[in-house]
Design a protein around this ligand. Structure first.
Ligand SMILES: Nc1ncnc2c1ncn2[C@@H]1O[C@H](COP(=O)(O)OP(=O)(O)O)[C@@H](O)[C@H]1O
Ligand SMILES: [Mg+2]
Length: 437
C-alpha cells in the first residue's frame, strides 16, 4: 500500500530525501519492529517556514501507520495545531481508503487504523496519537513502536521533549524532529548540533541549503527583508539560529542624528512617557519625535516628587500643546495615578494610557527594530539612551517565550519612552482614546 497516492503527495526533492532515508533506515534495521536493531534513530529537519515540514510529517506518519502495525505519535506546540494535523490525516484517509478508519476520536485526538478485511498475514492495526505541548500533563505512559514526530519543535518545551523521547526506548523506534530554527538553545538546537557533529544516531537535513525559490521568489525575499523584523527574517526565512539572549537593536549608529531638528521647528510631536518608580531610582522620561520620525528631545528626571513631576510635565505639554498629536503614557504600576492627574491638568492633550505586557512590548520592539534596520528613525546622540539601547536584551524563558528588558543593572526608561513615542506615530489620532491595549 502506497501512501503517496493517498493524499496526492508528490514529495519535493528535499522532502523525498527524508522519505528515502526512512525507507533505507527501515531496511537497515531489518523492519520497523525488529527489536534487535542497535538503537533508536533521530532525524532532524531544519527548514524555513512554509517549506513542507508538516506535510512531510503527515506522510511519514502515514507511511509507518499504514504499512506496519505500529503505535505512532505527533507532538505540536499547541492543541489547535495538533487538531489541524489530526483533521488533515483523517481527511486524507477518508478520501482514499475510508475502510482503514477503525475509530477516530476527535476529542482525545486519536486514530485507530486497520484493514480488518485483509488476509491475516496482511493485517495492519495501528494507532496515531496527536499531542501538544499545551497538554503536557496528558503526555505520559505511552509507548511508540513506529514513529514519534515533533512538529515545530523549537516551540515545544524541553520538558515535553524529555517526557516524550523515552516513549521510543522499548522498541528503539524512530523520531522525526522538524522545525524552523529559533535560538541557539533548547532540544531542537542541541539535536541539530549533535547530528552535525557526528552523533551517529542522529541524521540532520537542512532545507535552508536548498534552492527554495519555488517556495519564495527572490523578489518576495527582498520584500520580506524590508518588512519583517530582522530576527524573524533571519530565523524563519533564512533558516538560521539566533544567538540566545542577544542584543535586540542593530544598526543604531546609522540612525544617530548629529544635527537634530529643533522642537521649535516641528509641525507635529509624538511623545512616549515612561514613569520612574520614585526619587533617585529610575527616571521618568518623556521622549519626543517630530513629524519626520526624528527625535527632538528627551526629558528625564529622577529627583522630582510625584506632584512636582505632574507640574513639570504639564508645563511641557502646555508649551507645545498646539503641536502634540498624542502622548503614549505607560499605565503600569505608578503610571495610573499620574495619568489621571495629568489628564485633569491637560484636557487639551491626547493622552493615551497604554498597558505594557510582554505581548505589547514585543510589538513595539519589533516596530523599532525595523525602524533602526531601515534607518527610518533619527535619534539624539544621548549617551544614556545609546547605552540603554545597546544593552536592551531579549530573554527566552524555558517554554520559549521571548521577553524584553534591560540587562541586569541597567535602566530601560529611555528605551521604553522611545518605544512608546515611536508607537505613537502610528496610533490613531482622530479621536480621544482611553485605552488601547
Ligand atoms: N510536496 C508537496 N506538494 C504540494 N504541496 C506541498 C508539498 N509540500 C508542502 N506543500 C504545501 O506547501 C504549504 C506549506 O506546507 P507545510 O507542510 O504547512 O509547511 P511548513 O510546515 O514547513 O510550514 C502547504 O500548503 C502544503 O500543502
Ligand atoms: Mg508546519
Amino acid at each position: 500500500m502506497s501512501n503517496k497516492k493517498l493524499i496526492g503527495y508528490k514529495p519535493l526533492p528535499y522532502q523525498k530525501e527524508v522519505n528515502d532515508f526512512f525507507k533505507e533506515l527501515i531496511k537497515k534495521d531489518g523492519g520497523v519492529k525488529n527489536k534487535k536493531k542497535n538503537s533508536s534513530h533521530t532525524v532532524v529537519v531544519l527548514s524555513p517556514r512554509q517549506c513542507g515540514k508538516t506535510l512531510l510529517i503527515i506522510n511519514q506518519l502515514l507511511y509507518y501507520a499504514l504499512n506496519y502495525s505500529t503505535t505512532n505519535m505527533v507532538i505540536s506546540p499547541t492543541l489547535s495545531q495538533s487538531r489541524r494535523i489530526y483533521n488533515e490525516i483523517l481527511k486524507a484517509i477518508q478520501k482514499a481508503i475510508p475502510h482503514f478508519i477503525e475509530k477516530a476520536n476527535e476529542n482525545n485526538l486519536e486514530l485507530w487504523l486497520s484493514n480488518r478485511a485483509a488476509k491475516p498475514e496482511d493485517l495492519i492495526e495501528s494507532k496515531i496519537w496527536f499531542k501538544s505541548d499545551e497538554q503536557r500533563q496528558a503526555i505520559r505512559g505511552y509507548s511508540v513502536s513506529g514513529l514519534l514526530c515533533f512538529d515545530e519543535s523549537s516551540f515545544i518545551s524541553d520538558e515535553t521533549f524529555d517526557l516524550a523521547y523515552p516513549f521510543c526506548d522499548w522498541n528503539k523506534s524512530s523520531v522525526l524532529v522538524c522545525s524552523t530554527p529559533r535560538f541557539k538553545k533548547g532540544r531542537f538546537f542541541e539535536l541539530f548540533m549533535s547530528g552535525q557533529t557526528g552523533d551517529e544516531n542522529i541524521t540532520t537535513f537542512n532545507w535552508a541549503n536548498y534552492d527554495l525559490s519555488t517556495v519564495r521568489s527572490s523578489e518576495k525575499m527582498e520584500q520580506l527583508k524590508a518588512t519583517v523584523p530582522p530576527q524573524i527574517y533571519k530565523s524563519e526565512y533564512l533558516g538560521q539560529f539566533l544567538d540566545a539572549d542577544s542584543s535586540v537593536f542593530n544598526n543604531i549608529e546609522a540612525c544617530i542624528d548629529n544635527n537634530p531638528p529643533s522642537i521649535e521647528d516641528a509641525t507635529a510631536l509624538y511623545c512616549g512617557l515612561d514613569f520612574g518608580s520614585g526619587q533617585n531610582k529610575d527616571n521618568t522620561v518623556l521622549s519626543v519625535l517630530n513629524q519626520d520620525k526624528k527625535q527632538v528631545v528627551i526629558y528625564a528626571t529622577n529627583f522630582l516628587t510625584p506632584s512636582q513631576q505632574i507640574l513639570w510635565l504639564t508645563e511641557i505639554f502646555q508649551k507645545y500643546s498646539n503641536k502634540i498629536k498624542v502622548v503614549n503614557a505607560e499605565k503600569n504600576s505608578i503610571g495610573a495615578v499620574y495619568i489621571s492627574e495629568l489628564k485633569t491638568k491637560n484636557k487639551n492633550i491626547k493622552i493615551r494610557e497604554v498597558t505594557t505586557t510582554q505581548q505589547s512590548k514585543r510589538k513595539w520592539v519589533e516596530k523599532l527594530q525595523l525602524a533602526f534596520e531601515n534607518e527610518d528613525i533619527g535619534i539624539l546622540n544621548d549617551q544614556d539612551q545609546l547605552n540603554e539601547l545597546a544593552f536592551f536584551e531579549q530573554k527566552i524563558s524555558k517554554n520559549g517565550e521571548v521577553s524584553y528588558s534591560a540587562c541586569y543593572g541597567m535602566n530601560d526608561d529611555r528605551t521604553m519612552a522611545l518605544l512608546l513615542a515611536y508607537d505613537a506615530m502610528s496610533a490613531p489620532t482622530g479621536q480621544y482614546n482611553i485605552s488601547f491595549y
